[in-house]
Design a binder for this molecule. Structure first.
Ligand code: MOS
Length: 728
């Protein structure tokens, strides 16, 4: 196995001399035909012989105890197999934060918590029976209002410790200009279109779980821990996943419930959460309060910057939204303070949702920069340019690659930024006020460990194997492109097998690290195959030329299939973080632009166009990368204008836990969106030089919309989302 730690920049030489011309190209999705024809089996679309159906009974109070469960009426319905509650393997309050089954005790920790399971012959019977289970409660007061609970400064939650550099208060006192603003953001749901769903069954001691999950290696461990069995007894498969957005980074309660139910009835059991249940049994993004203080001189040179925030979490979970994460490397300034304080609350867990930290953190800092630019009489891009650091301003580390200034320049040119009216409210078309806004985008790049195996078969076809998932992102396609590029094979000669924990372990799909790490592992495996091919050709590996299934060394050309006939080649590649990962500050960057029209009579906001230019390292597939970015920009639009989950402060119940009332952007809301890339291969990031792209598009896009609304109307809104009542 080729095991490469990123101790120094590294790029396989074979990538530079590759002639297949696949990597980076806007190739259609490898698995697209299966998906559009309905032939790709998602978790709930499979029913092995004898499958039974499960429904979950959920708590109808926000805090308290279950004093009794009467299942007689449910059990009396023909077709009901069993009703399960109080299973001790559903440990309560043990900090199993990504699973959180809580049926092992009679305690209710939050509204909508799973408290009993019904298994039946059909889904309809299971759901009807679940409605007929009567639960008696001793209801107790709970902490449901995030703004009314005490805030803790000393806590150990999250991965981002507070940063306190220099004397912030003194620097602010000395600054010629100071902006001090507080922003608030609401709860966001991950809102994957495919709800959490699982099919589970036992084969002797072995548990098989087909589920909808982003990180199946982690899921395997969590399920084993929750059930108290060894990891070797669990196999998790997720070949097709209908969106994750962070909500499927961990294990849904339903997966563990299905395993318990399958054991109880001795049959395969499957379950899909209802849309409303996903609001409670899946984590959400914490609402936040964010105070931005920026001090600078009259030319806009920043001397002090503070991004101090509050996020909330329940008593069981260890995650905390890393709110200022994206602000740390963004702007210069000697005195720096970044922190996220904690409010404890009795609601479902908060967790990673669509660019945790940056999505909402860049909203606050980029709106603050826009307002500061206005106060200084500077163009917003010029203010950012004057504060572009040459090293990471918080850690002092060198940047791996950073093309933010180029993104501003190219974005401004393509968007027509020079046509922006500098005086707010001065462009009008009939009832509509028109404005333009921009913002920086930044998302940290994570280097993570990943493995892949590549097999060059006796028929000359190659197979790529890794336990990655494709959550709609393009994983299948870019793995095929990487192997095809390295081995000189067309896509049609590559098989990609992913989504099974029996395959070599990857990092899964999360934190935008999946594409770069998995393709890097595959590329390293291919390097080993090339070495073996060199031996078989009796030529130096560097002299091999591979294209369309032919291998050329000097004057000799041989079909690849002839070289492996009777003797296939299998190789594994592994990439891990190393000294270079530690020594560099790594992020993807971009410049976001938006044009909006605000109705002067009704306050209605229509986004007319959005455009962004992005620095994501190597572009692995121009089409799937653009698709990721445009999707992110749509999120930004929706965050800015509509997404807002509301909690009833009396009982911790969501008022709008469905798509009828929780408004994600739909086609009619989304204008023309353009995304472009400035490609600079980042050899410090991983061996294919690709930085994260999945979550970058959301960073800054909400701020660009809100800044455009200000440019159109002269009104500044500090509270997301910008609904029309706030504008009138
Ligand atoms: Mo992501 S929100 O780390 O899937």
């Amino acid at each position: 196995m080729s095991d490469l730690a990123m101790d120094a920049p590294y790029r396989p030489a074979a990538l530079d001399r590759a002639e297949q011309g696949l990597l980076g190209k806007p190739i259609d999705r490898y698995e697209g035909p299966l998906k559009v024809s309905g032939a790709a089996p998602y978790a709930y679309e499979q029913a092995p012989e004898g499958t039974a159906y499960m429904a979950v009974v959920t708590a109808a109070i926000g805090r308290g105890r279950v004093t009794g469960i009467d299942a007689a009426a449910a059990e009396a319905i023909p077709g009901v197999l069993t009703v399960i509650h109080g299973d001790p393997r559903m440990p309560a309050g043990e900090g199993n934060s990504r699973a959180m089954p809580a049926m092992g005790s009679d305690e209710v920790f939050h509204y909508g918590q799973g408290i009993a399971l019904v298994v039946a012959e059909t889904q309809e019977v299971a759901r009807e029976a679940a409605r007929r289970v009567t639960v008696h409660y001793d209801e107790q007061p709970g902490r449901f209002d995030a703004t009314a609970v005490e805030v803790q400064q000393d806590h150990k939650l999250g991965f981002l410790p507070p940063v306190n550099r220099g004397d912030l208060e003194a620097a602010l006192a000395q600054a010629e200009v100071v902006l001090d603003r507080t922003y608030t953001t609401p709860i966001h749901f991950p809102a994957a279109l495919e709800p959490h769903a699982t099919l589970a069954w036992w084969e002797g001691d072995q548990l098989l779980v087909r589920t909808s999950n982003q990180v199946i290696g982690g899921a395997k461990g969590t399920i084993a821990t929750a059930l108290g069995i060894d990891k070797s007894r669990v196999r998790v498969q997720a070949p097709y996943v209908g969106g994750g957005f962070g909500g499927k980074t961990g294990v849904g309660q339903e997966a563990i419930f299905a395993a318990i139910a399958a054991e109880a009835v001795g049959r395969p059991v499957k379950v899909a959460l209802t849309r409303r249940q996903t609001a409670y049994m899946v984590h959400h993004r914490s609402p936040t309060t964010q105070r931005l203080r920026i001090g600078c001189d009259r030319e806009g040179r920043i001397s002090a910057i503070a991004h101090e925030s509050v996020a909330y979490q329940n008593d069981d979970s260890a995650f905390l939204e890393p709110v200022p994460f994206g602000t740390l490397p963004l702007y210069a300034g000697e005195a720096r303070r970044f922190r996220t304080d904690l409010a404890r609350i009795d609601l479902p867990a908060t967790g990673a949702v669509r660019a945790p930290g940056e999505a909402i953190g860049t909203f606050a800092v980029e709106c603050a920069m826009d307002e500061l630019a206005e106060q200084l009489g500077l163009d917003p891009i010029e203010l950012r340019r004057r504060n572009e650091p040459t090293r990471d301003p918080t850690t002092g580390k060198r940047f791996s690659t950073r093309r933010l200034l180029d993104c501003y320049d190219e974005g401004a040119r393509r968007f027509g930024w020079d046509k922006r009216e500098t005086t707010p409210g001065s462009r009008r078309e009939g009832e509509w006020l028109i404005g333009m806004g921009m913002a920086a985008a930044l998302r940290g790049n994570f280097t993570v460990q990943a493995e892949a195996e590549v097999i060059l078969g006796a028929d000359g076809r190659a197979t790529v194997k890794t336990d990655m998932t494709d959550i709609g992102t393009g994983t299948y396609t870019i793995l095929a492109q990487t192997a095809g590029e390295m081995l000189g094979l067309p896509i049609s000669a590559i098989d990609v097998v992913i989504g099974d924990t029996d395959l070599p372990p990857s990092a899964g799909s999360g934190g935008s690290f999946g594409a770069g790490s998995a393709c890097a592992a595959a590329a390293l495996a291919c390097e080993d195959i090339l070495t073996e091919l060199g031996l078989r050709m009796n030529a130096a590996t560097d002299d091999l030329r591979l294209k369309d299934g032919q291998v050329t060394a000097g004057a000799r050309t041989t079909p690849l299939a002839d070289l492996v006939r009777g003797s296939p080649i299998a190789a594994k590649g592994k990439t891990t973080p190393g000294k270079e990962s530690q020594a560099t500050s790594q992020a993807s960057h971009g410049a976001q632009f938006a044009e909006v029209a605000v109705n002067a009579v009704t306050g209605e906001v229509r986004v007319r166009r959005m455009l962004g230019v992005f620095d994501i390292g190597r572009v692995l597939n121009e089409k799937t990368a653009r698709n990721q970015i445009v999707g992110g920009m749509v999120w930004g639009l929706a965050y800015a204008l509509t997404e807002d989950a509301v909690v009833d402060p009396r009982n911790g119940r969501f008022v709008n836990p469905d798509f009828g009332e929780y408004h994600v952007a739909v086609n009619a809301d989304v204008p023309q969106i353009e995304a472009y890339f400035i490609e600079e291969i980042d050899d410090s990031a991983n061996p294919v030089g690709a930085k994260g792209v999945g979550e970058l598009g959301i960073a800054g896009s909400g701020a660009a919309v809100v800044n455009a609304i200000h440019n159109a109307t002269g009104v500044r809104i500090y509270d997301m989302p910008v609904t029309l009542d706030k504008l009138l």
